[in-house]
Design a protein around this ligand. Sequence first.
Ligand SMILES: C[S@@+](CC[C@H](N)C(=O)[O-])C[C@H]1O[C@@H](n2cnc3c(N)ncnc32)[C@H](O)[C@@H]1O
Length: 272
Amino acid sequence: MTDLNPQAKHMADESMVRCLDAQARAIWPQEIPLLHRYALPSNARILDAGCGTGEGASRMAELFPDASVLGVDIIDKNLELARSRYQKFGSRLNFQHQSIFELKAADATFDLTVCRHVLHSIPYADRVIGELARVTRPGGYLHLIPEDYGMLHFERAGLDPGEFWHQVPAAIGAASQTDMFIGRNIYRILAAMQVEQITMDYIVVDTIRVPRETFAAIIEAWRDGYAEAISEQTPLTYEDSLGYFNQMIANIRDPGGYAVWMVPVVSARVAA
Ligand SMILES: C[S@@+](CC[C@H](N)C(=O)[O-])C[C@H]1O[C@@H](n2cnc3c(N)ncnc32)[C@H](O)[C@@H]1O
């Protein structure tokens, strides 16, 4: 049977807490204007599907002070961390244990349904997107960040990071039945659904827009969380993998260097 959360071990690891923190600090400033596009009612109801440690859910509670935000995830440790970190929002922000394959909400519950950094890590992403659309009201919005591991570019040095990103995500995706390139494939999924106004935007995490230390912290967390799995699921050894990651981190930290991670942000309006 297909494992519905093949990255469960990584998602629960301490490196993931660091990763989500750094990713949110890198991405959120460019995400705010994209979220402001949606015509949300006052007292909007927002779902953060696969909320992790609550980085996105808490920022949305801050951004939309009248909204109520529900974050759901299946890793209790991260839900507990989110609950303890964001008590200041009181009953406006809740975190519950729910699978995004089978949400508890009735049809048409939410004005805005958000799913950040999740869809590349699960099989059957199309089913989950269907479930997210089900709980979103007609005229409400989906706001999705479907990662794509072909959208990272680093300078060549002793090693060619292009070869790493060509080889590794394809192998990990095949081993876990996930689509590590869903950023480019999600348009076709949405186009076949009852949604309209599909948009594709890109948040540019690069060494110009984002502090080098923040960008480096993302890749360090990926190294610490995934180097071992890469050595088990691809022809690369653990040392090979560390070598690539460390070169990419040095590239980011080099004041004369340039590197970029393009992060797709996809939105659609659920048809009325
Ligand atoms: C990389 S984290 C992203 C966390 C958060 N959305 C953010 O932007 O910081 C992916 C999260 O998806 C969660 N996830 C994976 N499969 C899930 C499922 N079936 N139901 C709910 N959450 C799931 C994981 O547990 C993990 O916390």
